[in-house]
Design a protein around this ligand. Structure first.
Ligand SMILES: Cc1cc2nc3c(=O)[nH]c(=O)nc-3n(C[C@H](O)[C@H](O)[C@H](O)COP(=O)(O)OP(=O)(O)OC[C@H]3O[C@@H](n4cnc5c(N)ncnc54)[C@H](O)[C@@H]3O)c2cc1C
Length: 486
């Protein structure tokens, strides 16, 4: 539960005058310039505009909606109070009390559904830019004094293995090292950070943000063992029985792409989203063998899907297309429901539209047609209408018979969601999973069916969010600490 801010200072909290403060503009790179680079699109607040924007917060007297809507329960009004007074380092500290990655959440959380979606100012006007202020102060702290080092409890002599270095693994590692346990993170890929590095493009979240966090974790004692697949190079049982780890956390995410199973899906030029994003966005030093060349970006690029991943693909492929000299090409996102049902962040759709991407709603692919070299050339689609809501609460798309049509498509990217990798389940027979392969855990603690083994993040919930993965990691760390001390 959020603590209330100390309001004994000299800031006027007359709510009516606060409501009259205009929302501050967050500047962006111009679309015609940013499609030529992979730098962050948002240029962020200045110190002055940050103070003004934070002054729009009404400092709601009761437990605030924004804090309750944040999965980490960040004390947002207290942070806003400090920002409005120019106390940026104090504000950064407020976020770090409850979050391991405020510099990431501020950039990529769907704030319109979480904190900002519950902002009282939003009922009369545009809500306070809570996310952009969160990363403004976190960046300010990193830039001016660096992330402050926590107090580390005396060593307990216990050792923990964390499998996976995404937000769930990072949260567990940081919280357990603070509590005096030795932590080693094992990761398949060459660099740590999970989807934050290997999925989310740099124009939304620059790589240096995660690199700084990993360096900070190393400085406070977390060990990283890269290029190591648990379940292949060694099993969970090896970690516990041979390597002497007292507990294990599984933060392995959800990385197996959903396939379409349509005719022509194996043609050249058809990619799964993660492969496209990894090869399209990252410098070779980040890339595992076999992924080091850039993917194709044709004249007519088709992206299938409507979530954040699809938006990342349209914008990445647009940049690659332009960088390869194609300035008259098209990039089209095809989605089987209407815009209203799209799960991704609306702000990212606006950014995509500004960058020249077009959308075709209520359509689904039927097959892909290739040229004589086996390369995709065209795609057949069918139109859909919307029926009753399905299990997800969104209206079910229904095919309109006979409405098929064909479009040019020489690069196709499938961004249809992710499933679990079944490797750990196969190599650890006493680890229970559900029918989708998600680890079954106690919701409050993250404890799995195997003693001493905990799990959290996408590996438990299926594909979700950075903030929910981090929250799960923090919950598990508290329970693991109790387990390790018992
Ligand atoms: C393209 C894309 C864009 C996204 N955009 C957003 C967004 O804008 N906002 C948002 O909040 N969320 C977004 N998400 C979702 C978000 O990134 C994930 O929900 C979050 O990263 C999950 O965190 P995690 O720690 O559970 O797993 P991950 O971040 O997936 O990390 C898991 C790590 O475990 C490693 N690993 C897996 N198996 C093993 C093994 N056997 N041995 C060793 N290591 C292993 C993986 O290599 C990976 O590094 C996006 C996801 C994708 C794919």
């Amino acid at each position: 539960m959020a603590k209330q801010p100390d309001r004994t200072g000299d800031v006027d909290i007359d709510r009516k005058s606060r409501l009259r403060i205009p929302r501050q503009v967050v500047h962006k790179q111009k679309p015609q310039e940013r499609v030529y680079n992979f730098n962050e699109v948002y240029l962020g607040f200045t110190e002055e505009t940050a103070k003004i924007e934070a002054s729009r917060c009404l400092q709601c007297p009761d437990a605030s909606g924004c804090s309750l809507a944040c999965p980490l329960h960040n004390d947002i009004p207290r942070a806003m109070w400090h920002i409005s007074r120019g106390e940026f380092l104090e504000a950064a500290k407020v976020y770090r009390e409850t979050s391991n990655l405020p510099e990431v959440c501020g950039r990529v959380c769907p704030q319109e559904k979480l904190c900002q979606g519950s902002c009282v100012v939003g009922k009369r006007d545009q809500p306070v830019f809570l996310g952009k202020l969160e990363y403004f102060v976190s960046d300010y702290e990193r830039r001016t004094v660096g992330m402050s080092k926590p107090t580390i409890a005396p060593s307990t002599g216990k050792r923990v293995a964390v499998v996976g270095s995404g937000p769930a693994g990072i949260a567990v590692a940081e919280e357990l090292i603070k509590r005096g346990h030795a932590v080693t993170v094992f990761e398949i890929l060459p660099k740590a950070g999970g989807v934050m590095v290997y999925g989310i493009p740099s124009f939304k979240l620059k790589k240096s943000v995660i690199a700084d966090k990993i360096q900070y974790l190393e400085e406070i004692g977390v060990k990283f063992v890269m290029n190591t697949t648990i379940g292949k190079d060694k099993t969970i049982d090896d970690l516990m029985a041979q390597d002497g780890f007292d507990a294990v956390f599984l933060g392995t995410g959800a990385w197996t792409p959903t396939k379409l199973n349509l005719p022509g899906e194996d043609l050249k030029g058809i990619y799964m989203a993660t492969e496209y994003l990894i090869r399209g966005n990252l410098d070779p030093e980040y890339l595992p063998e076999g992924f080091k060349t850039k993917p194709e970006a044709g004249h007519h690029i088709a992206i299938l899907g409507g979530g954040d991943t699809a938006m990342d693909c349209v914008r990445t492929s647009r940049r690659l297309q332009i960088q390869s000299g194609i300035t008259d090409g098209t990039v089209t996102d095809y989605y089987r429901r209407s815009e209203k049902e799209m799960p991704g962040k609306p702000e990212e759709r606006t950014n995509a539209t500004e960058e020249g991407i077009t959308f075709e709603f209520l359509v689904a692919p039927v097959q892909f047609m290739g040229d004589e070299n086996g390369h995709v050339q065209k795609m057949e689609l069918v139109r859909m209408t919307l029926g009753e809501p399905d299990a997800s609460g969104r209206r079910r798309p229904i095919e309109q018979k006979g409405s098929n049509f064909v479009v040019e498509a020489d690069t196709v990217i499938c961004a249809l969601g992710y499933n679990q990798d079944r490797l750990l389940e196969k190599t650890t027979p006493d680890l229970k999973v559900d029918k989708w392969g998600c680890f079954i855990v106690d919701k409050a603690t993250g404890a799995t069916s195997k003693r001493g083994v905990y799990a959290g993040g996408d590996a438990v919930t299926g594909a979700d969010l950075v903030v929910t993965a981090m929250a799960a990691g923090r919950r598990a760390a508290v329970a693991m600490d109790t387990y390790l001390r018992s």
